[in-house]
Design a protein around this ligand. Structure first.
Ligand code: ARG
Length: 461
């Protein structure tokens, strides 16, 4: 327990050490130290400008807070693990060093608007890191997509081979999801960009604070509108946790694909040895642990979101100590996503793709059947009839033990429809099927290259 507890005045009895430790949050919110100092510097400068504290005191406070920030940065000062929280710790150090001037800094402020401000400041500097991590990951995916714009592979529905696509197309699908995620973080950032300072405990302050000045000094776009909302609201944490969780769900799906591709059964990808692990008993093993762990950590991010939403549910207005549980969950989500993005980049960036095996997998499953039906539609057959004709051709093949429509002779095909001509064989090769699907959004290499350019643009905007 620290020597000085901020709220000790009213209470005759000291809390038990264990109880004090239970309600402390220093172990978690210490990472807000620099945000807290920035908030206090802006607040103190404003207090002086408004004539609430002497200019000389404000100057001393500012200098000392800058010094504390420097010392924390260099390690000369370390946060006291027995302090209650980062707000009381910083104010405590200031007061210990400055005496009365330090005691002036909290005028017109509560830890309730202080913590809401610190948390938002933290997210204002951290969300851009997440967005950057996403942009880098998109870039890695698109580099690989560019390499493999013409590498045909089966596309799946129901985990059954469906139609030929390319690896570049598949990777663009992944990148599209991450570009949206990046946008979601941007939206959250725009909405959280308002300053709660001046909201006090819940009801503002009778002192002539200048809320616009502190908001501006801290780089916020605007001041928050309603003091009670400002201290009770954690939508910004929820939104960020939701955006993290959605991104982690995306990564986990990519990792599921990757683990399948790395299996002997698929054999589409071979993960770098440096991005694989072995087994303690089976000497031959090379496991996709990184993919699995990212997939597993999506559960953690979902858990954090549920933690937050459950803490908030049913909370009476305004501030309640339950809210202190918000930071641990969100910090963990953010740390998890940052590390998973880096690991995912390393794993995918170094993977070797077995294009021969992917191409071979396009044969033998009648992936060209839809293209055969569309061939007939182009020759004037109604789609339902074309679908049935192509299905009968597939059945003929199965009966004859053939693995592809192109193994049928022209005569056999014409037995099903006179519309089949010699050109059908060229149309049904996997790369030809893919090339023919050049609509916007399609897998044709030229179109995939356009998607890559577009995704690159969107991931940087
Ligand atoms: N450590 C607290 C939190 O993280 C700071 C706010 C405390 N406010 C209070 N009235 N006890 O929420």
């Amino acid at each position: 327990m620290p020597k000085q507890v901020l709220w000790a005045g009213r209470l005759k009895e000291k809390p038990e050490a264990e109880a004090f430790a239970f309600q402390a949050s220093i172990g978690v919110d210490r990472r807000l130290a620099l945000d807290d100092i920035a908030g206090s510097r802006a607040h103190a400068a404003m207090l002086a400008k408004q004539g609430i504290i002497p200019a000389a005191a404000a100057a001393k406070i500012d200098r000392e807070l800058a010094r504390i920030a420097g010392e924390l940065g260099s390690g000369r000062l370390t946060v006291d693990p027995d302090a209650e929280d980062i707000h009381s710790y910083i104010e405590g150090v200031l007061t210990e060093r400055l005496g009365d001037a330090g005691r002036m800094v909290h005028a017109g402020r509560s830890r309730n608007d202080q913590v809401a401000t610190d948390f938002r400041l933290y997210l204002k500097r951290t969300i851009p890191e997440l967005r950057n991590g996403l942009a880098l990951t998109v870039s890695t995916l698109l580099d690989r997509a560019e390499e493999h714009a013409e590498s045909v592979m089966p596309g799946y529905t129901h985990l059954q081979r469906a139609q030929p696509v390319t690896l570049g197309f598949h990777l663009c699908a992944w990148a599209s999801a991450l570009v949206r995620d990046r946008g979601r973080f941007g939206d959250a950032l725009d909405r959280l960009d308002e300053c709660p300072l001046g909201s006090g405990a819940l009801a503002g302050s009778g002192l002539p604070l200048d809320r616009r000045a502190t908001a501006q000094a801290l780089g916020f776009a605007r001041t928050s509108l309603n003091a009670m909302d400002s201290v009770a609201d954690r939508d910004f944490a929820l939104e960020t946790a939701a955006a993290v969780s959605i991104t982690m769900v995306h990564l986990s799906r990519f990792c599921e694909d990757t683990a399948l591709w790395a299996s002997e059964e698929f054999g589409f990808a071979s993960l770098a040895e440096s991005w694989s692990t072995g087994s303690s008993i089976m000497p031959q093993k090379k496991n996709p642990d990184f993919a699995e762990l990212i997939r597993g950590k999506a559960g953690r991010a979902a858990g954090n979101l549920v933690t937050l939403i459950t803490v908030l549910k049913g909370l009476p207005y305004a501030y309640n100590k339950d809210l202190q549980e918000d930071k641990e969950a969100l910090f963990d989500s953010i740390d998890t996503l940052l590390s998973c993005l880096a690991m995912f980049r390393g794993m995918i960036g170094s993977a070797a793709f077995n294009t021969k095996r992917m191409e071979a997998a396009c044969g033998g499953g009648f992936l060209e059947a839809t293209d055969a039906a569309e061939y007939l539609v182009r020759k004037g057959m109604p789609f339902r009839a074309a679908h049935e004709t192509a299905a009968l051709v597939v059945r003929d093949c199965l009966d004859a033990g053939r693995r592809s429509i192109t193994e049928q002779s022209l005569e056999e095909l014409r037995g099903r429809s006179a519309l089949f001509e010699k050109d059908i064989f060229g149309v049904l090769a996997p790369l030809a099927c893919v090339r023919a699907r050049g609509l916007p959004g399609g897998p044709a290499p030229k179109e995939v290259r356009r998607q890559i350019r577009e995704l690159r643009k969107r991931s940087l905007s």
